[in-house]
Design a protein around this ligand. Structure first.
Ligand code: G1P
Length: 305
């Protein structure tokens, strides 16, 4: 069965990016010229997603408006004959069919996904976290869906899920869900997951394979989420539900060491890094921005004696 629905949990408070996120959603922070959430929705659309479910909360209305038609704006652009911008603005509305559900209480990522249960129904679906921006030749989510479909075909079993991981060395590992896994024979990038821990202390991490915010999940995850007690930070953790799914319920779970580069755009430094790299890669802005950076570095460098 192909994966056509995706859940975007956007209810988070964005505390890592205060004060910028005090009254506006972190998902709407602009990376060069598009809000973060648009990059993530575009990645999903490129991967074949047709239905987007946002799990939203208080103060997040700007996200709904962004993916909706703004008649006055389109009318004004049309009157000015600005076809290029009009196309650009219309394209956003056509990325997917959008549905919204509110996460009444801030009980964590696992709880947010459980809120989407009725809208997802009984089929495999994707989850994409808006903090994680991934660039690369093949969309990260597409890599997961390809692996999920291949595994489901070849094993004939119900695959519990396929999640994206990257290698993280040092104490930074404690900012992630971390998997215990063994490589799948004949593949450099595929792992069979045997255990998962949410944000372990560095000396307790079972490996250097850290989960990043892209998942393909079987609907059985909802049964695990429904019984997952609050874990780290007093929140219902998706990582804990995944452990229940595979360790307790024996659904095979896999991880893909994805190809591409991931930016933690929910973090101030990660956001700046993404901004510089995306600006340099931008067709229009890249060349003048590169000249500006060169000039800036030249001026800052102390003159040689
Ligand atoms: C969430 C997940 C964590 C994962 C991370 C990736 O944590 O709970 O397992 O490694 O996203 O970005 P958060 O960063 O939302 O605290």
């Amino acid at each position: 069965m192909s994966v056509t629905k995706a859940v975007f949990p956007v209810g988070g408070l964005g505390t890592r990016f205060l004060p910028a996120t005090k009254a506006s959603p972190k998902e709407m922070l602009a990376l060069v010229d598009k809000p973060l959430i648009q990059y993530v929705v575009e990645e999903a659309a490129l991967a074949g997603i047709t239905d987007a479910v946002f799990v939203t909360g208080r103060g997040k209305r700007a996200i709904e408006d962004h993916f909706d038609t703004i008649f006055e704006l389109e009318h004004a652009l049309d009157r000015k004959g600005n076809r290029k911008l009009l196309e650009e603005v219309r394209k956003i509305t056509n990325l997917a069919n959008f549905a919204y559900v509110r996460q009444g209480e801030p009980l964590g990522l696992g709880h947010a996904i459980l809120c989407a249960r009725n809208l997802v129904g009984d089929e495999p679906f994707a989850v994409l976290l808006g903090d994680d921006i991934v660039s690369g030749r093949v969309p990260c989510l597409r890599q997961l869906i390809d692996a999920y479909e291949r595994l489901a075909r070849s094993s004939g079993e119900v695959v519990g899920g396929v999640i994206a991981v990257q290698r993280v060395r040092g104490p930074e590992i404690s900012s992630y869900g971390v998997i215990k896994a063994e490589p799948v024979a004949g593949s450099r990038r595929l792992f069979r997951v045997r255990g998962l821990v949410e944000k372990p202390a560095p000396d307790k991490a079972p490996s250097d394979l850290a989960i990043i915010g892209r998942y393909v999940l079987a609907p059985a995850i909802f049964e695990s989420l429904a019984v997952t007690p609050r874990g780290r930070g007093g929140e219902v953790q998706l990582t804990d539900a995944l452990r229940d799914l595979t360790v307790e319920r024996n659904y095979p779970l896999y991880a893909v060491l994805f190809e591409g580069r991931r930016y933690d755009a929910g973090d101030k430094l990660g956001f700046l890094q993404a901004t510089v790299e995306f600006a340099l890669a931008n067709a229009e802005l890249g060349p003048p921005f590169r000249r500006y950076l060169r000039e800036l570095l030249r001026r800052r460098r102390p003159a040689r004696a």
